[in-house]
Ligand binder design. Structure first.
Ligand code: DLL
Length: 446
C-alpha cells in the first residue's frame, strides 16, 4: 500500500522515514504551490459557496500564481459548515465518499465532514507520521482510548496505528476499570486519549492498586483539547511516561494536522497537506511568522471536502527555527487557547488555560478543576473549584486556609484578578471520557 514506500529499515525494526517531514524547504514550497493550485481549482469547480465568494472578488483559480496569493482567497468559517448542513461543501459525489464524521459542538446542528478513499490514505499517512514522531513503531501495543464513532479521534488514530504496524487495542473512551485492566494485562506500551481522560485513568488505576509507573507504558499521544505544560509535567510525573501533544480538527481532517516529536517543543505541521497562515483574529490581516494570532489552514490535498483558508479560532504562532529532531516542516507553538474561549471579567481578558497554569503551579493542587462564571449583584465573578489532596483535607483548618491563599494568589499573579477559590475533596468534580468541560458559564441562569 501507498504508505509502505515511506518505510526504511533503520535496524531497530521498521521505522517510517516519512520523507515529507524532511523535504528541503524549496521542494516543499514547490509541492505546496502545485497542490494549492489544484485544490483551488477543485473547490471552484465543485463548491458553490466558494465559487460565489471568488466571483464576488473577481478572482479565478488562474490568478493564484504563488503561495502568497493564498491571502487573496476568501476565508471559510465554522458557520459556513452549519449553513450548508449536511453536505453543501462536498466536492465529490456521494459515490466517491467512503466516510462521514461529525462534530457536535455545543449548540445546534453538528458539522459534517467527508472523506474519499484518497483522503483516508492521506489521513492515515499523516497519522503514521504523527506516531512516528512520538517514537511509536512495530511491536508497540497501543491502547486507543479516543472515542470511536462520529468523533474523528478514534478512527483517525486507529488507521495511523495500523499503518505504522503497531498492535492497536481499540478500547475507545470510557469503561475506565476495563481500560486499566487492558493496560496492565496486555503490556500496553503507548496510549492515545485526551489528556484529561488520561488523568482520570491515572487516578482510577491508583485506586485499583495499579501504579502506571510499574507498567511497560512509555508514551501517551494526547490531544483534542488544550492542556498546559504544567498539566503535561503532572502527567509525566504521575505516570512515568512521555506525553506528546497532537493537534487537529474535524474540518481539516481530524487528528493529524500537527504533532510533537521527541523534542516536545512545538508541533510539526504536516505542511505538505495543510498550508498554515497566522492572522490577526480581529482584522483578518496576515501576520508575519513568529507572531501570535489565529491559525488559518488550507487543505492542499483534500478531495471530498477541500477547506480554503479555514479559520480555526485556535491561537498559536509559527516557529521557524529548525527543530533539533531534523524535521524540516515547521512547527506551531502548543495551542493553549482559542479566540472564542476567552471571557471578559470586569474588563480583564481571561483564558481558562491561564487559570489552569496558575492552579497547577501550586504544589498539592490536583489537576481536577472547574471554572464557574457567575453574576453576583450585577458583577461578573469567577469561581474556581479545585480538588486538593486528602492530606490537606484531613489536616488542620490552617492547611486548608494556606492552600486557599496560595491558589488565589497564584491566579491573581497570572490574571490580575481576585477570584473565589473553593477547595473540594478528591474525586468530587465530574470526570470526562473525552474532551473536558472546564468552564461553566452560569451568568445568564436567572
Ligand atoms: O479534536 C481532532 C483530534 C482528535 C485532535 C484527537 C487530536 C486528537 P474536533 O473535535 O473537531 O477535532 O476539535 C477540534 O479541538 O480546533 C482545538 O480547539 C481543539 N484541539 C484539538 N487538539 C488540540 C491540542 C479533534 N492538541 C478543536 N491542543 C481544535 C489544544 C486542541 N487544542
Amino acid at each position: 500500500m501507498l504508505l509502505r514506500e515511506n518505510w526504511n529499515d533503520t535496524g531497530q525494526g521498521f521505522h517510517p522515514v516519512s520523507a515529507p517531514d524532511y523535504l528541503p524547504a524549496a521542494q516543499l514550497r514547490e509541492l505546496q504551490l502545485r497542490r494549492l493550485k489544484a485544490v483551488v481549482e477543485r473547490a471552484y469547480e465543485h463548491v458553490a459557496l466558494f465559487r460565489e465568494r471568488m466571483n464576488e472578488r473577481d478572482l479565478t483559480p488562474a490568478r493564484i500564481e504563488s503561495l502568497s496569493d493564498v491571502s487573496r482567497l476568501p476565508f471559510t468559517v465554522k458557520t459556513d459548515l452549519r449553513d450548508t448542513y449536511p453536505f453543501g461543501l462536498f466536492a465529490s459525489p456521494m459515490s466517491e465518499i467512503v466516510r462521514l464524521h461529525a462534530s457536535s459542538g455545543t449548540t445546534g446542528k453538528p458539522i459534517v465532514v467527508a472523506y474519499t478513499q484518497e483522503d483516508i490514505q492521506v489521513w492515515s499517512s499523516v497519522m503514521l507520521r504523527t506516531f512516528a514522531a512520538a517514537g511509536i513503531h512495530r511491536g508497540d501495543i497501543v491502547q486507543n482510548a479516543y472515542g470511536y464513532g462520529l468523533f474523528t479521534g478514534g478512527l483517525g488514530a486507529h488507521y495511523g496505528l495500523e499503518a505504522i504496524g503497531a498492535t492497536v487495542v481499540p478500547a475507545s473512551g470510557g469503561n475506565t476499570d476495563r481500560q486499566v485492566m487492558l493496560l496492565r494485562d496486555f503490556g500496553v506500551t503507548a496510549i492515545c486519549s485526551t489528556p484529561s481522560y488520561f488523568l482520570h485513568l491515572i487516578e482510577r488505576a491508583h485506586d485499583l492498586g495499579v501504579d502506571l509507573r510499574d507498567l511497560p507504558l512509555r508514551a501517551g499521544i494526547f490531544g483534542a483539547e488544550p492542556w498546559s505544560t504544567a498539566m503535561r509535567d503532572r502527567i509525566e510525573k504521575d505516570s512515568g511516561i512521555k506525553a506528546y501533544d497532537i493537534y487537529g480538527l474535524s474540518e481539516i481532517i481530524g487528528p493529524g494536522v500537527g504533532s510533537e516529536c521527541s523534542a516536545q517543543d512545538g508541533l510539526h505541521l504536516f505542511e505538505d497537506h495543510f498550508y498554515p497562515e497566522i492572522i490577526d483574529p480581529a482584522t483578518g490581516e496576515v501576520l508575519a511568522d513568529g507572531e501570535e494570532g489565529e491559525l488559518v489552514l488550507t487543505t492542499l490535498s483534500k478531495r471530498a471536502m477541500p477547506m480554503i483558508r479555514y479559520r480555526t479560532r485556535d491561537i498559536t504562532r509559527i516557529i521557524t527555527e529548525p527543530c533539533s529532531c531534523g524535521r524540516t516542516i515547521r512547527r506551531i507553538q502548543r495551542i493553549g487557547r482559542r479566540s472564542d474561549d476567552m471571557f471578559i471579567i470586569r474588563g480583564v481578558n481571561v483564558f481558562p488555560s491561564q487559570i489552569e497554569s496558575a492552579l497547577l503551579a501550586v504544589e498539592g493542587a490536583l489537576p481536577h478543576y472547574r471554572i464557574v462564571l457567575k453574576r453576583e449583584r450585577g458583577l461578573d465573578q469567577i469561581h474556581v473549584e479545585i480538588e486538593v489532596g486528602p492530606e490537606i483535607f484531613s489536616d488542620k483548618v490552617s492547611a486548608m486556609e494556606e492552600m486557599h491563599d496560595r491558589l488565589a494568589h497564584s491566579i491573581e499573579r497570572i490574571t490580575g484578578l481576585r477570584v473565589a477559590v473553593h477547595l473540594v475533596e478528591p474525586h468530587s468534580l465530574p470526570r470526562s471520557e473525552g474532551k473536558a468541560k472546564r468552564v461553566w458559564d452560569e451568568r445568564n441562569d436567572g
